[in-house]
Structures are given as structure tokens and as C-alpha cells.
Design a binder for this molecule. Structure first.
Ligand SMILES: Cc1cc2nc3c(=O)[nH]c(=O)nc-3n(C[C@H](O)[C@H](O)[C@H](O)COP(=O)(O)OP(=O)(O)OC[C@H]3O[C@@H](n4cnc5c(N)ncnc54)[C@H](O)[C@@H]3O)c2cc1C
Length: 593
């Protein structure tokens, strides 16, 4: 039924009932965006066989290489990436090109098709806090069952944490099939520093862990694989239109969303939605579409000559991501870490093709995470996540990594010059709970023009201080006997623009953070869920857009505060929860009639 790329890996939705364009122009529910959340929505809503669901996606089917975890770096800047750029900043991103690459997945599966496959739910306090911010029903105790519902965990269960995972859900998860000696040393380093080895999705988050992956049998398992493909293969009421860029949501005189238009093959198409439009276009796409459709800050819309349907000041505001410090690299003995050059070894390719084992099963170098107790608030709600990546940006002499990560050439060539081509690893402190907020606004009223993305990283001074704390944790880990066993040497070359502050002083590291902190690709928060008295709230606690009818936003953009972990798991949970909201509401309306 599905195509094959010749090495036995299914890669195409062709053959399933994907249409190049819809023949049906009136449907009860139209979902925009077939990414992590959109795939869940389409699959769950189509479980009700008499509801017709249309999913409209701007991109196409996932590229073949997206199925092989270690090839994820090839996806940046390719057809499956929107190729967004973030605007330059005064006090941050100083080591990067003036327009930083800001990848988001484009195509069926969305960002779950191009991401690093790390599965981690977040801290229970993240969700308890969402509820405390005025969003009833979003505490961890409420959302836990949706995590269990989505998870199809196939990794090894420890007696201690096994009961915390769902086993039968559509999102296949597995533990790592291969890890480098350096990753094992990372765990031992944690123990030597007095931390526990934790299950990343267990009851508590402080400690060191290897990652769990959104994968099955050593291959990527995106939301499209888990949710959309099986739903399409058995449900005639689910329709998907691909390569269809939605340009506008239309409202009637009562401010009800009644239709969307999309561009496909240079032709404009219009589809009417009799019940509801669900916007799952992601944390950049969803606010962008709302603004283009007249829902957003009135002044901004008027400035772009867009008629105001609803003045909602929060649309596009509250952009959050986890700034992550790049460039803390250690050189190791040969074969201790993960070199992309190793992928050229036919033995590894053979192992992968035969048994789905070996380094090809790991997204490039992504191996472990640690979370440290907060020093300022609840100690169990960490400020810092430390990612262990068993390679360095210098391993390929800049062949793909410099441009992929967006480093300015002169910074890259100077700072990494002594470690070019050498095996090693990176410790990257992420700011788990940033205080700075960015925005997504219109650059123009033309729907095909990219929006203006202002990350506004480090605009809150505490963010710099916290990231320096993260650097100190990284240096501590790097100095443990476990890490040193691998002949690890820190790249001691100073970052030239910060040299004036002396070597490794507090001021030097602050300068380093302002240069080297970059995106971790976790855009969220731009259609904030919040109570009516919150002037920036865009959706209510059932994800209905305020001040209009028949329109919901369901994706990473509704997070009022970013979770203190990678964002895909929480996004899938949000969509599972929203599908239940819609089912409950539609059914109760039907009963009332
Ligand atoms: C490079 C990268 C690495 C990441 N690594 C991880 C990781 O390892 N672990 C983790 O937990 N998280 C990771 N993330 C983040 C995670 O993948 C996202 O938080 C999550 O996928 C967001 O889901 P979403 O549904 O909100 O948006 P998306 O999955 O981005 O889906 C949005 C969809 O809407 C479509 N769309 C947008 N605009 C339109 C339009 N106008 N018309 C039609 N369709 C439209 C897009 O093409 C896309 O398919 C990563 C993200 C990236 C980009």
C-alpha cells in the first residue's frame, strides 16, 4: 500500500486516501496544519464515523531520510522545513547570522517529522502551574491520563517507573538502542555528582537520564505514523489535502468562523466548515493565520490594512523557546562519542538495515538530559536542563553544521579552530523556564510572506544569570572522573569577542551566553491559554478563541508557559485533550437539539 525507498523503509502516504484537492467543499470540521497536534486531532475526531473531517496541510509527505533517526540533520533547510528566520537582536544571538535559521516542520507530521525525537513530558509542576494561572482542568492530575492515552511505550520498564507510561497508545516510544561510551559516562558523571539516574518521564525530574525516543524498531515514528496513517487507512470520513497553504479564515457577521481559503497549485480554493475550524498550524503558523484573518491586536492589523474581526492583543505575543548555550565542547578519545563520519562505515549501515541497531538509530548525537534543582524557587522545578550531545559542531569542519546552526563564519572558524574534525561531545544548558518573551507579528499582509519572528532572547537579565549557572553545571559534569576517563579535554579557546573579560570569569560567561545562546526549536506560547482577565489570553481553557465562535487553536502555541522540557510530548497531550473537548461539546449540542 505504501511506497518504499528501496531499503525497506515505508516513506509515503501515497496509496492512502490523500487527495490533491478536496472535492467536498462543505464539511463539519476543517483542521489546518497536519503537524504533531493536527495529526492527533484528525485521527481522534474521525473516530466518530458520521463526522467528516478535512485536514489541510501546506507541505507534502515526509522525505525518506526523515525515517532514519541519524539523518535528521539533513532535514534542516530542506523541503520539509519552512525555513523561517528569526530577527537579529541587540543583546543576544551575537555569534549567529543576522537572520537566524528557525526551522519548523512543513508537511505531514509537521515538526514531529524533522525533530530530534526526544520524548519527555515535562515536570508535573509545569501543568499544575497552568491550572494555577486560571486554566481549570490542566493540572498534572488532569492531563496525566492523556499522556498515558497517547503513549505506546516499548522500552524497558523499570519496576520503579514502569507504571508511569502508557503502553497501548498510537505514539510509539522506545528507549535508546545504541548509546556512545561518552553517554554512559554522562550518567556516571551524574552519579559522581550525587544525582540520581532518573526515568525522564518518571514522577520526578531532577537527575540524569538517557533519552526516550518517538520511534519504533529504530525508525522515526512521527505523529503522522502514529495517528494519521492508521486513521486514513480505515476511515472514509477522514480527508487530507496536501500542498495546500491556508491563507485565511473567514468569519460571518456573527464572528463565527465559517470557511477557510487555501492556495494550491496557484489556485485559490475555499472550504466551508459548518461546525468548527481547528487551527493546528504551530506556534508560528497559528498566530500568523489569525493575524492575516483579522484576529489580533487592532492597531497592528490596521497598520497592515487588515479589517479587524476581533481585537485580541495577545495573538503572536508571549513567544517562548528554551535558549540553549551552544559551543561548550570537549574532545574525547577516538570512538568514545558519535561521529557522523562513523555513519559512512558500511558495518553500521549493515547493522541498521539488518537489525535496526547501531548509531543510525540515534538522532545525530542526541543522547541524554539532566535537570538540576532550582536554586531560587521550588527545588524540584528546574531552571536548567542540560542536554548531552555526543558530537560537536566542529566535527564536520562546518560542512553542514555551521549553516544549519547559523553561526557567523568568522566566529565559527576562530572559536572551533582547535577542535575541527575531532571526536567529542557538547554539553548544552537549556533555560527550562525563560523569563523573556518574544513575538510573532506580520511582516506584510501577504499570506505567503514569512511573519516577523522576534525571539527577544535574554531580554530579562535573570535569563543570562541562569544560563551562566547552567554553564557552571556543564563544567562540573565535564570535570568528573567518569568523563575524564575518556580523555576528555574542554575546548579552552576563548570566544574572541568576550576575551576582554578575562578567561572564564562571570563576565566572560555572561558575554559568552549573549553570543552563543540560540534556539532549541521549542517555539510555543503565541496563542496563550488563559482566563478572561488575562489581557494576553487568546484561547480559553477549552482552547476556544476568545471573542469569536467556531474556532479553536490546538497546538504548541496555547502553552501559557513553556514546559520545562522538550515540547512535542506536551503538544500531543494538548491535542488529545482538545479532541475530547470537541467530542463532548458536539455530542451535548446534538443531545440538546
Ligand atoms: C528541528 C526541531 C527539533 C526539535 N526537537 C524536538 C525533540 O527532540 N523533542 C521534542 O519534544 N520537541 C522537539 N521539537 C519541538 C516539537 O517538535 C514541536 O514542539 C511540536 O512538533 C509542535 O507541534 P505543533 O503541532 O504545534 O506544530 P507543528 O508540528 O510544527 O505543525 C504545524 C503544521 O502546520 C502546518 N502549517 C503551518 N501553517 C500552515 C498553513 N498556513 N496552511 C496549512 N498548513 C500549515 C505546517 O506545515 C505543519 O505541518 C523540535 C522542533 C524542531 C523544529
Amino acid at each position: 500500500m505504501f511506497g518504499s525507498n528501496g531499503i525497506g523503509i515505508r516513506y509515503s502516504l501515497q496509496g492512502a486516501r490523500v487527495q490533491t484537492q478536496t472535492k467536498t467543499h462543505v464539511l463539519p470540521c476543517v483542521a489546518v496544519g497536519g503537524g504533531s497536534a493536527g495529526c492527533v486531532m484528525a485521527a481522534r475526531l474521525s473516530e466518530i464515523s458520521h463526522w467528516k473531517i478535512l485536514l489541510i496541510e501546506a507541505g507534502g509527505t515526509p522525505p525518506p531520510e526523515s525515517y532514519i533517526p541519524a539523518l535528521n540533520f539533513l532535514l534542516f533547510q530542506g523541503d520539509a522545513d519552512w525555513k523561517f528566520r528569526a530577527a537579529p537582536q541587540q543583546g543576544a544571538l551575537l555569534a549567529y547570522e543576522s537572520m537566524l535559521p528557525y526551522p519548523r516542520g512543513r508537511g505531514i507530521g509537521g515538526s514531529s517529522t524533522i525533530n530530534s525525537m526526544i520524548y519527555v513530558r515535562g515536570n508535573r509542576r509545569d501543568f499544575d502551574n497552568w491550572e494555577a494561572m486560571g486554566n481549570p482542568g490542566w493540572s498534572f492530575d488532569h492531563v496525566h491520563r492523556y499522556f498515558l492515552k497517547l503513549e505506546g511505550y516499548r522500552g524497558a520498564f523499570s519496576n520503579h517507573t514502569g507504571r508511569h507510561y502508557g503502553r497501548d497508545g498510537p505514539q510509539a516510544l522506545e528507549g535508546k538502542r545504541w548509546s556512545s561510551p561518552a553517554a554512559q559516562a554522562f550518567l556516571r558523571a551524574g552519579e559522581q555528582l550525587g544525582y540520581n539516574i532518573i526515568d525522564p518521564n518518571g514522577p520526578e525530574q531532577i537527575g540524569f537520564s538517557l533519552i526516550d525516543l518517538t520511534g519504533r524498531d529504530g525508525m522515526r515514528w512521527s505523529a503522522a505514523e502514529g495517528y494519521l496513517r492508521p486513521a486514513l487507512s480505515k476511515r472514509p470520513n477522514l480527508h487530507v489535502v496536501m500542498n495546500a497553504h491556508v491563507t485565511k479564515i473567514h468569519f460571518n457577521e456573527d464572528n463565527r468562523a465559517v470557511a477557510v481559503t487555501y492556495m494550491q497549485n496557484d489556485k485559490e480554493q475555499r472550504v466551508a466548515a459548518t461546525r468548527e475550524v481547528v487551527l493546528s498550524a504551530g506556534a508560528i503558523g497559528s498566530p500568523h493565520l489569525l493575524l492575516l484573518s483579522g484576529v489580533g491586536p487592532a492597531e497592528h492589523l490596521t497598520h497592515h490594512n487588515i479589517p479587524v474581526v476581533r481585537d485580541l492583543p495577545g495573538v503572536g505575543q508571549n513567544l517562548q523557546d528554551h535558549p540553549a548555550v551552544a559551543g561548550l565542547v570537549w574532545i574525547t578519545n577516538k570512538d568514545s562519542s558519535f561521529s557522523p563520519l562513523r555513519l559512512l562505515n558500511p558495518v553500521h549501515l549493515h547493522r541498521y538495515l539488518q537489525d535496526r541497531q547501531g548509531p543510525f538509530t540515534t538522532p545525530l548525537g542526541t543522547e541524554g538530559n539532566a535537570w538540576f534543582p532550582s536554586e531560587t524557587g521550588d527545588p524540584d522545578w528546574p531552571d536548567i536542563q542540560l542536554a548531552f550531545v555526543s558530537t560537536t559542531p566542529a566535527i564536520d569542519f562546518g560542512l553542514t553544521s555551521r549553516q544549519g546552526l547559523g553561526f557567523r563564519k568568522e566566529v565559527y572558524l576562530d572559536y572551533f579552530s582547535e577542535v575541527f574534525g575531532q571526536e567529542g561531545f557538547t554539553l548544552a544548558p537549556f533555560l527550562a523556564r525563560p523569563r523573556s518573551r518574544g513575538s510573532v507579528t506580520l511582516a506584510s499582509r501577504h499570506p505567503m510572506h514569512m511573519p516577523h519572528i522576534n525571539l527577544n532572547f535574554l531580554s530579562h537579565p535573570q535569563d543570562v544569570i541562569d544560563l551562566v549557572k547552567g554553564i557552571r553545571y556543564a563544567l562540573e559534569v565535564g570535570g568528573t572522573p567518569a568523563i575524564q576517563e575518556h580523555g576528555s579535554t574542554f575546548n579552552k579557546r576563548l570566544l574572541r569577542p568576550c576575551m576582554a573579560h578575562g578567561g572564564h570569569t562571570q563576565k566572560y560567561w555572561e558575554c559568552f551566553v549573549r553570543h552563543m545562546a540560540t534556539t532549541s526549536y521549542h517555539a510555543s506560547g503565541t496563542c496563550k491559554m488563559g482566563p478572561s482577565h488575562d489581557s494576553l489570553s487568546v484561547v480559553d481553557h477549552r482552547l476556544r478563541v476568545r471573542g469569536v465562535a467556531g474556532l479553536r487553536v490546538v497546538d504548541a502555541s496555547i502553552m501559557p508557559l513553556i514546559v520545562s522540557a522538550n515540547t512535542n510530548a506536551a503538544t500531543l497531550m494538548i491535542a488529545e485533550r482538545a479532541a475530547d473537548f470537541i467530542k463532548q461539546e458536539w455530542r451535548s449540542r446534538r443531545r440538546r437539539r
